[in-house]
Design a protein around this ligand. Structure first.
Ligand code: CP
Ligand code: NVA
Length: 302
Protein backbone atom coordinates (compact mmCIF):
# COMPACT_ATOMS: atom_id res chain seq x y z
CA UNK A 1 0.00 0.00 0.00
CA UNK A 2 1.39 3.40 -0.99
CA UNK A 3 1.39 6.28 1.46
CA UNK A 4 -0.19 9.47 0.14
CA UNK A 5 0.14 13.10 1.24
CA UNK A 6 -3.25 14.69 0.66
CA UNK A 7 -3.37 16.60 3.94
CA UNK A 8 -0.99 16.96 6.90
CA UNK A 9 -3.13 14.39 8.70
CA UNK A 10 -1.77 11.64 6.42
CA UNK A 11 1.49 11.68 8.42
CA UNK A 12 2.00 11.35 12.17
CA UNK A 13 3.45 14.23 14.19
CA UNK A 14 6.68 12.19 14.49
CA UNK A 15 6.89 11.68 10.74
CA UNK A 16 6.24 15.39 10.12
CA UNK A 17 8.94 16.31 12.64
CA UNK A 18 11.32 13.95 10.86
CA UNK A 19 10.55 15.57 7.48
CA UNK A 20 11.35 19.05 8.82
CA UNK A 21 14.71 17.90 10.23
CA UNK A 22 15.47 15.98 7.04
CA UNK A 23 14.62 19.05 4.92
CA UNK A 24 17.13 21.09 6.93
CA UNK A 25 19.74 18.33 6.47
CA UNK A 26 19.12 18.08 2.71
CA UNK A 27 19.45 21.87 2.44
CA UNK A 28 22.85 21.75 4.16
CA UNK A 29 23.98 18.87 1.93
CA UNK A 30 23.00 20.86 -1.15
CA UNK A 31 24.78 23.98 0.12
CA UNK A 32 27.91 21.87 0.67
CA UNK A 33 27.75 20.57 -2.90
CA UNK A 34 27.13 17.02 -1.68
CA UNK A 35 25.33 14.97 -4.32
CA UNK A 36 22.46 12.74 -3.12
CA UNK A 37 20.53 10.77 -5.73
CA UNK A 38 18.10 8.41 -3.98
CA UNK A 39 15.54 8.64 -6.83
CA UNK A 40 17.74 7.63 -9.78
CA UNK A 41 15.53 6.17 -12.50
CA UNK A 42 12.32 7.35 -10.78
CA UNK A 43 9.74 9.65 -12.37
CA UNK A 44 7.26 12.08 -10.85
CA UNK A 45 4.10 12.86 -12.82
CA UNK A 46 2.93 16.44 -12.21
CA UNK A 47 -0.69 17.28 -12.98
CA UNK A 48 -1.46 21.01 -12.93
CA UNK A 49 -5.04 22.20 -13.41
CA UNK A 50 -4.14 25.61 -11.91
CA UNK A 51 -1.15 27.92 -12.43
CA UNK A 52 2.06 27.61 -10.43
CA UNK A 53 5.57 28.99 -10.22
CA UNK A 54 7.01 27.73 -6.89
CA UNK A 55 5.33 24.33 -6.79
CA UNK A 56 6.20 23.38 -10.35
CA UNK A 57 9.79 24.55 -10.18
CA UNK A 58 10.48 23.11 -6.71
CA UNK A 59 9.15 19.65 -7.61
CA UNK A 60 10.98 19.57 -10.94
CA UNK A 61 14.26 20.71 -9.40
CA UNK A 62 13.80 18.26 -6.52
CA UNK A 63 13.53 15.34 -8.94
CA UNK A 64 16.52 16.56 -10.97
CA UNK A 65 18.70 16.94 -7.87
CA UNK A 66 17.64 13.47 -6.69
CA UNK A 67 18.74 11.91 -9.98
CA UNK A 68 15.18 11.32 -11.21
CA UNK A 69 12.88 12.97 -13.72
CA UNK A 70 9.51 14.71 -13.83
CA UNK A 71 6.77 15.08 -16.41
CA UNK A 72 4.56 18.17 -16.52
CA UNK A 73 0.99 17.25 -17.41
CA UNK A 74 -1.57 19.96 -18.15
CA UNK A 75 -5.25 19.28 -18.89
CA UNK A 76 -4.86 21.30 -22.09
CA UNK A 77 -2.75 18.62 -23.74
CA UNK A 78 -3.64 15.40 -21.91
CA UNK A 79 -6.83 13.33 -21.99
CA UNK A 80 -7.58 14.60 -18.47
CA UNK A 81 -8.87 17.78 -20.09
CA UNK A 82 -11.09 15.76 -22.45
CA UNK A 83 -12.95 13.94 -19.72
CA UNK A 84 -10.99 10.71 -19.20
CA UNK A 85 -12.15 9.58 -15.74
CA UNK A 86 -9.81 10.37 -12.84
CA UNK A 87 -9.91 6.70 -11.80
CA UNK A 88 -8.68 5.55 -15.21
CA UNK A 89 -5.98 8.23 -15.38
CA UNK A 90 -4.78 7.15 -11.93
CA UNK A 91 -4.60 3.49 -12.92
CA UNK A 92 -2.70 4.24 -16.13
CA UNK A 93 -0.27 6.85 -14.84
CA UNK A 94 0.60 4.85 -11.74
CA UNK A 95 1.70 1.94 -13.96
CA UNK A 96 4.35 4.21 -15.48
CA UNK A 97 5.46 6.84 -12.99
CA UNK A 98 6.65 6.35 -9.40
CA UNK A 99 4.65 9.17 -7.78
CA UNK A 100 2.06 11.71 -8.85
CA UNK A 101 1.68 15.30 -7.74
CA UNK A 102 -1.65 17.03 -8.37
CA UNK A 103 -2.77 20.66 -8.24
CA UNK A 104 -6.49 20.97 -8.85
CA UNK A 105 -9.74 22.58 -7.71
CA UNK A 106 -11.93 19.97 -6.01
CA UNK A 107 -10.21 18.15 -3.14
CA UNK A 108 -12.26 15.04 -4.00
CA UNK A 109 -10.22 14.78 -7.23
CA UNK A 110 -6.98 14.05 -5.36
CA UNK A 111 -8.83 11.63 -3.05
CA UNK A 112 -10.30 9.74 -6.01
CA UNK A 113 -6.95 9.70 -7.79
CA UNK A 114 -5.19 8.38 -4.67
CA UNK A 115 -7.83 5.70 -4.14
CA UNK A 116 -7.02 4.27 -7.60
CA UNK A 117 -3.29 4.90 -7.68
CA UNK A 118 -0.67 2.23 -7.04
CA UNK A 119 1.94 4.91 -6.30
CA UNK A 120 2.11 7.80 -3.78
CA UNK A 121 -0.05 10.84 -4.55
CA UNK A 122 0.87 14.31 -3.30
CA UNK A 123 -1.60 17.18 -2.97
CA UNK A 124 0.11 20.20 -4.52
CA UNK A 125 -2.89 22.45 -3.67
CA UNK A 126 -6.63 22.01 -3.89
CA UNK A 127 -9.42 24.45 -3.06
CA UNK A 128 -9.37 22.96 0.46
CA UNK A 129 -5.73 22.32 1.46
CA UNK A 130 -2.10 23.15 0.60
CA UNK A 131 -0.06 20.79 2.82
CA UNK A 132 3.27 21.05 0.92
CA UNK A 133 3.40 24.76 1.73
CA UNK A 134 3.04 23.98 5.43
CA UNK A 135 6.11 21.74 5.36
CA UNK A 136 8.11 24.68 4.02
CA UNK A 137 6.55 27.11 6.50
CA UNK A 138 7.29 24.85 9.47
CA UNK A 139 10.87 24.33 8.26
CA UNK A 140 11.31 28.09 7.94
CA UNK A 141 10.04 28.75 11.46
CA UNK A 142 12.28 26.04 12.94
CA UNK A 143 15.34 27.42 11.09
CA UNK A 144 14.76 30.94 12.40
CA UNK A 145 13.27 30.37 15.84
CA UNK A 146 13.47 26.68 16.81
CA UNK A 147 10.45 24.54 17.73
CA UNK A 148 6.99 25.95 17.00
CA UNK A 149 5.39 23.83 19.74
CA UNK A 150 3.36 25.99 22.13
CA UNK A 151 3.85 29.17 20.07
CA UNK A 152 1.09 31.58 19.01
CA UNK A 153 0.46 31.72 15.25
CA UNK A 154 -1.98 34.24 13.80
CA UNK A 155 -3.63 33.77 10.43
CA UNK A 156 -4.82 37.12 9.03
CA UNK A 157 -7.12 36.66 6.05
CA UNK A 158 -9.50 34.37 4.25
CA UNK A 159 -10.36 30.94 5.66
CA UNK A 160 -8.95 29.36 2.51
CA UNK A 161 -6.83 26.30 1.62
CA UNK A 162 -3.75 27.72 3.38
CA UNK A 163 -5.76 28.59 6.48
CA UNK A 164 -7.20 25.06 6.59
CA UNK A 165 -3.71 23.59 6.36
CA UNK A 166 -2.60 25.86 9.22
CA UNK A 167 -5.51 24.46 11.23
CA UNK A 168 -4.27 20.92 10.61
CA UNK A 169 -0.73 22.06 11.41
CA UNK A 170 -1.86 23.53 14.75
CA UNK A 171 -2.81 20.04 15.87
CA UNK A 172 0.04 18.14 14.21
CA UNK A 173 2.80 20.55 15.33
CA UNK A 174 1.04 21.52 18.57
CA UNK A 175 0.74 25.30 18.41
CA UNK A 176 -2.04 27.81 19.11
CA UNK A 177 -3.70 29.28 16.00
CA UNK A 178 -5.77 32.46 16.04
CA UNK A 179 -7.67 33.25 12.83
CA UNK A 180 -8.62 36.84 12.10
CA UNK A 181 -10.95 37.53 9.17
CA UNK A 182 -14.03 39.60 8.37
CA UNK A 183 -17.46 38.18 9.00
CA UNK A 184 -18.42 35.63 6.35
CA UNK A 185 -14.85 34.53 5.51
CA UNK A 186 -14.18 32.10 8.36
CA UNK A 187 -12.91 28.61 7.54
CA UNK A 188 -15.04 25.53 7.16
CA UNK A 189 -17.27 24.97 10.22
CA UNK A 190 -16.57 21.21 10.41
CA UNK A 191 -12.83 21.74 10.42
CA UNK A 192 -13.20 24.44 13.09
CA UNK A 193 -15.20 22.09 15.30
CA UNK A 194 -12.48 19.45 15.02
CA UNK A 195 -9.76 21.94 16.00
CA UNK A 196 -11.32 23.89 18.88
CA UNK A 197 -8.60 22.79 21.30
CA UNK A 198 -5.92 24.63 19.26
CA UNK A 199 -7.78 27.09 17.02
CA UNK A 200 -9.85 30.19 17.79
CA UNK A 201 -11.34 33.14 15.89
CA UNK A 202 -10.63 36.81 16.72
CA UNK A 203 -12.21 39.25 14.24
CA UNK A 204 -10.34 42.24 15.73
CA UNK A 205 -7.04 41.92 13.87
CA UNK A 206 -5.10 44.20 16.26
CA UNK A 207 -6.27 42.14 19.21
CA UNK A 208 -5.48 38.88 17.34
CA UNK A 209 -1.82 39.63 16.60
CA UNK A 210 -0.94 40.65 20.19
CA UNK A 211 1.95 38.48 21.37
CA UNK A 212 2.05 36.42 18.12
CA UNK A 213 5.26 34.53 17.31
CA UNK A 214 4.27 34.09 13.68
CA UNK A 215 1.86 36.13 11.54
CA UNK A 216 0.75 34.62 8.23
CA UNK A 217 -1.41 35.91 5.42
CA UNK A 218 -2.38 35.01 1.86
CA UNK A 219 -4.24 36.58 -1.05
CA UNK A 220 -7.85 37.56 -0.37
CA UNK A 221 -9.08 35.93 -3.60
CA UNK A 222 -7.56 32.53 -4.33
CA UNK A 223 -7.25 30.89 -7.73
CA UNK A 224 -10.77 30.24 -8.98
CA UNK A 225 -12.21 33.23 -7.06
CA UNK A 226 -11.09 35.92 -9.53
CA UNK A 227 -14.71 37.10 -9.96
CA UNK A 228 -14.91 37.92 -6.23
CA UNK A 229 -11.76 40.07 -6.22
CA UNK A 230 -13.50 43.46 -5.80
CA UNK A 231 -16.03 42.21 -3.26
CA UNK A 232 -13.20 40.67 -1.22
CA UNK A 233 -11.05 43.81 -1.44
CA UNK A 234 -13.94 45.71 0.17
CA UNK A 235 -14.66 43.08 2.82
CA UNK A 236 -11.00 42.74 3.88
CA UNK A 237 -10.35 46.47 4.32
CA UNK A 238 -8.32 46.90 7.52
CA UNK A 239 -6.85 43.38 7.36
CA UNK A 240 -3.62 44.33 5.57
CA UNK A 241 -0.45 43.13 7.33
CA UNK A 242 1.86 46.11 7.84
CA UNK A 243 4.97 46.76 9.95
CA UNK A 244 2.71 48.74 12.36
CA UNK A 245 0.43 45.72 12.82
CA UNK A 246 3.49 43.50 13.34
CA UNK A 247 4.65 45.87 16.10
CA UNK A 248 1.76 44.54 18.22
CA UNK A 249 3.14 40.99 17.95
CA UNK A 250 6.01 39.49 19.96
CA UNK A 251 9.29 41.41 19.34
CA UNK A 252 10.72 38.19 17.82
CA UNK A 253 7.71 37.60 15.57
CA UNK A 254 8.13 36.42 11.97
CA UNK A 255 5.93 37.15 8.97
CA UNK A 256 5.14 34.58 6.28
CA UNK A 257 3.19 34.52 3.01
CA UNK A 258 3.07 31.49 0.71
CA UNK A 259 3.28 33.82 -2.34
CA UNK A 260 2.38 35.03 -4.88
CA UNK A 261 1.62 38.21 -2.89
CA UNK A 262 -0.59 41.10 -3.88
CA UNK A 263 1.45 43.95 -2.41
CA UNK A 264 -0.81 46.79 -1.34
CA UNK A 265 -3.70 44.41 -0.66
CA UNK A 266 -3.23 41.69 2.01
CA UNK A 267 0.34 42.85 2.68
CA UNK A 268 1.90 46.30 2.41
CA UNK A 269 4.95 46.98 0.21
CA UNK A 270 7.06 47.79 3.30
CA UNK A 271 6.07 44.56 5.06
CA UNK A 272 7.44 42.37 2.27
CA UNK A 273 10.84 44.05 2.73
CA UNK A 274 10.68 44.20 6.55
CA UNK A 275 13.37 42.20 8.40
CA UNK A 276 10.60 40.20 10.12
CA UNK A 277 9.46 38.85 6.72
CA UNK A 278 10.99 35.46 5.87
CA UNK A 279 9.04 34.95 2.66
CA UNK A 280 12.05 34.23 0.42
CA UNK A 281 13.40 31.54 2.75
CA UNK A 282 9.87 30.18 2.91
CA UNK A 283 9.70 29.99 -0.90
CA UNK A 284 13.13 28.35 -1.17
CA UNK A 285 12.21 25.80 1.47
CA UNK A 286 9.50 24.41 -0.80
CA UNK A 287 12.39 22.68 -2.58
CA UNK A 288 14.05 21.22 0.51
CA UNK A 289 10.83 20.20 2.28
CA UNK A 290 9.46 18.48 -0.81
CA UNK A 291 12.74 16.65 -1.33
CA UNK A 292 12.34 15.28 2.19
CA UNK A 293 8.73 14.34 1.37
CA UNK A 294 9.62 12.62 -1.93
CA UNK A 295 12.45 10.69 -0.32
CA UNK A 296 10.14 9.58 2.49
CA UNK A 297 7.25 8.54 0.23
CA UNK A 298 9.40 6.86 -2.43
CA UNK A 299 12.15 5.17 -0.43
CA UNK A 300 10.42 4.83 2.95
CA UNK A 301 13.40 6.48 4.66
CA UNK A 302 12.46 8.00 7.99
N1 CP B 1 3.01 29.07 -2.89
C1 CP B 1 2.74 28.40 -4.02
O1 CP B 1 2.21 27.28 -4.00
O2 CP B 1 3.14 29.04 -5.14
P1 CP B 1 2.81 28.65 -6.66
O3 CP B 1 1.34 28.90 -6.87
O4 CP B 1 3.66 29.56 -7.48
O5 CP B 1 3.15 27.21 -6.87
N1 NVA C 1 -4.73 30.50 -1.48
C1 NVA C 1 -3.94 30.63 -2.68
C2 NVA C 1 -2.62 29.96 -2.50
C3 NVA C 1 -1.70 30.06 -3.71
C4 NVA C 1 -0.39 29.33 -3.51
C5 NVA C 1 -4.70 30.03 -3.85
O1 NVA C 1 -5.29 28.96 -3.68
O2 NVA C 1 -4.71 30.63 -4.92
Amino acid sequence: MSRHFLTLNDLTPDELGYLIQRAIELKTMLRNGQSHEPLKGKTLGMIFEKSSTRTRVSFEVAMTQFGGASIFLSPRDTQLGRGEPIEDSARVLSRMVDAVMIRTFDHATVETFAAHSAVPVINALTDDFHPCQLLADMQTFVEHRGSIQGKKVVWVGDGNNMCASYMNAARQFDFELVISCPDGFAPDEDLLTRCTDRVSLEPDVREAVKGAHLVVTDVWASMGQEDEQQERMNAFEGFQVTPELMDLADPEALFMHCLPAHRGEEVSHEMMDDPRAVVWDEAENRLHAQKALLEFLLTGQH
